[in-house]
Ligand binder design. Structure first.
Ligand SMILES: [Zn+2]
Length: 325
């Protein structure tokens, strides 16, 4: 018998003796206290223990939020924040970009919700609500803070959380998929997938060493080619295109045309896909039909999860069971 429950019952009996209430009222009060006492909420907000482990989440500081998930997927969102307190100085170093990636925090929340609804799993997530004009969480520390040492702790918190997330995945799974989630404002409405390869390298992917790409860790004793991973039938870009989200690179659009804008991956993608057993890419999402409203984001989340599961099942050591199958 639970000793705490016993103590609660004893207190209840004492209250009953003192209060002049009817037997029926006593029974109702007894049942109410038992129900309240037995309700335990998990971090997922559900009353039941989850069969595949429990995710936990918390604010590391005023702006940095982390979720330690239950599957081998880590997603970071460095540019979705909108909070810009006067107490934190603006970044003012030369040649910097300060654009916000609108609705990308909402996108990762949609991925999290759909993932839990459809697969009973939760990804690892790290995001910041601080606006990029104050701190850029996809740059090395000097450019990220523009030399303002007071921001270094925030920068460290964000990146330490990603380090911890990846390490936790690797204690349980043979590999870790890392996604850095962004948004672009280019007119061409397509996903730009950054594998740390320039448009020229994408154009000649058959002759490019895979070790220069963010998929480096998929090439240990694996017969797959870089071209297959980037533009084959089970490449992430091809799978997303098939789901209605045109992407570059993909089978239909293997490399960006010279005039087309294209992001090939930044600091986070380079840093975290160089960690052993970790592979991934930067997702630069277009606006129309992807992140404008909640229903678009939920539909995108479904396609995103379906595509990464197919990609991982085909090309990595991560089995479908790791994703809830
Ligand atoms: Zn961005």
């Amino acid at each position: 018998v639970n000793p705490v429950l016993l103590r609660v019952l004893r207190v209840q009996v004492r209250i009953f003796r003192l209060a002049k209430i009817t037997a029926l009222q006593k029974l109702a009060l007894f049942l109410l206290i038992c129900v309240l006492f037995s309700c335990k909420k998990t971090a997922d907000g559900t009353a039941d223990q989850l069969p595949k482990g429990i995710a936990t989440s918390h604010w590391i500081d005023q702006f940095t939020w982390v979720q330690y998930g239950t599957m081998p997927l880590v997603i970071s969102v460095p540019h979705g924040g909108l909070i810009a307190p006067d107490s934190i100085p603006d970044r003012t170093c030369p040649n910097i970009t300060n654009a916000t990636d609108l609705n990308t925090i909402e996108m990762v929340k949609a991925i999290d919700s759909v993932c839990f609804a459809d697969y009973k799993l939760r990804p690892f997530i790290v995001y910041t609500t601080l606006k990029r004009t104050k701190l850029d969480q996809n740059r090395e520390v000097a450019e990220a803070t523009c030399g303002s040492s007071s921001k270094e702790k925030l920068w460290n918190n964000f990146h330490a959380a990603i380090d911890t997330a990846i390490n936790r995945v690797k204690t349980k799974y043979p590999q870790c998929l890392y996604i850095d989630l962004h948004a672009h404002g280019h007119a061409l409405q397509q996903l730009e997938l950054g594998y740390l390869l320039s448009r020229t390298q994408l154009q000649n992917s058959a002759n490019v060493s895979p070790t220069t790409s963010s998929l480096l860790s998929l090439f240990d004793n694996n017969a797959v080619t870089l071209s297959q991973l980037l533009t084959g039938a089970s490449a992430f870009g091809t799978l997303m295109t098939n789901e209605g989200y045109p992407s570059v690179p993909s089978a239909a659009y293997p490399f960006p045309a010279p005039a087309d804008p294209y992001f090939d991956g930044g600091y986070n993608t380079a840093r975290y896909t160089s960690v052993s057993k970790t592979f991934g890419w930067q997702v630069e999402s277009n606006y129309n039909g992807v992140r404008e409203n909640a229903s678009q984001r939920a539909r995108f989340a479904k396609a995103f999860l379906k595509s990464i599961i197919t990609f991982c099942s085909t090309h990595t050591k991560l089995r479908p069971e790791a994703f809830g199958y």
